[in-house]
Design a protein around this ligand. Structure first.
Ligand SMILES: NC(=O)c1ccc[n+]([C@@H]2O[C@H](COP(=O)([O-])OP(=O)(O)OC[C@H]3O[C@@H](n4cnc5c(N)ncnc54)[C@H](OP(=O)(O)O)[C@@H]3O)[C@@H](O)[C@H]2O)c1
Length: 242
């Protein structure tokens, strides 16, 4: 029992990190994949045989164009996102707007334009963040955008329930992908920062892309058919204690 056999799923951010791991896991579990991201070469490296779509998900005209021909979907895993650091006072308004566009406007546009393609019984999984649940210093715009993603999942769960379409969000803690590497690249002491990131949760380690992908696979499958409107922290227990 694979849970995803024969389902046609869209994955954004599929050219790296969590999206890439998820696309490969969903494929291994029998899904038919449509992969979206801005770099076709990266998507091809993820799964050369999947349907590949070059798409900036914050560009409404591009999302609307894609929606013209997308075809029916059994689900979406919307993993694309970006982190820029800074406090409210130190973040340039252009960076604040970029964080809203990449992290919140993208999933909003995809839900808005592709919603009509979702089949009855479909499931959509958004990727928020545990720092969209609790505040930490220095990631203000990103955190605010991810908090919006969590509410978007709840609103969509309500709006789509009459069509038996579910929507949930995963709120991961730190996972060692390119996103964390980019953050560490500006650190004066990267190993110490990495150890600090790992140390904030009771399990004392970072998560893996595969662990996020496994929860997403469960939420996209019919095994979770009574789960909707939830925001699930996936963070080694950090949400329980800090
Ligand atoms: N890693 C963590 O610690 C962590 C923790 C909590 C939440 N998250 C969230 O998990 C998700 C995946 O992140 P990751 O860690 O796997 O980082 P990643 O490797 O940097 O992946 C982010 C992906 O998003 C895509 N992307 C960014 N802007 C886009 C846009 N405007 N349009 C389309 N695609 C875009 C990028 O692809 P292209 O550049 O090719 O477009 C890239 O493949 C993100 O939403 C992130 O916020 C990550």
């Amino acid at each position: 029992m694979t849970g995803l056999q024969g389902k046609r799923l869209l994955v954004t951010g599929a050219g790296s990190g969590i999206g890439r791991a998820a696309a490969r896991l969903f494929r291994d579990r029998g899904a038919e994949l449509v992969l979206a991201g801005r770099r076709l070469s990266a998507l091809r490296e993820t799964l050369p045989d999947a349907e590949l779509v070059q798409l900036d998900h914050g560009d409404e005209a591009a999302v609307a164009d894609f929606a013209e021909t997308c075809g029916p979907l059994d689900g979406m895993f919307l993993a694309a996102g970006e982190l820029r650091t800074g406090s409210v006072e130190s973040t340039a308004t252009s960076d604040f707007e970029a964080m809203l566009t990449t992290n919140l406007r993208g999933p909003w546009l995809l839900a808005h334009h592709l919603g009509p393609w979702l089949k009855e019984g479909a499931s959509v999984v958004l990727v928020g963040s545990n720092i969209g649940l609790r505040a930490i210093p220095d990631s203000a715009a990103y955190s605010v955008a991810k908090a919006g993603v969590h509410m978007l999942a709840k609103v969509l769960a309500l709006e789509w329930a009459p069509r038996h379409i579910r929507c949930n969000a995963i709120a991961p803690g730190p996972v060692h992908t390119a996103m964390v590497d980019a953050r560490l690249a500006t650190s004066a002491d990267a190993p110490a920062d990495l150890a600090r990131l790992a140390g904030v949760n009771p399990l004392k380690r970072l998560g893996t892309e595969q662990e996020v992908a496994a929860l997403a696979a469960h939420l996209l499958s019919d095994e979770s058919r009574w789960t909707t409107g939830t925001v699930i922290p996936l963070d080694g227990g950090a949400d329980a204690v800090f």
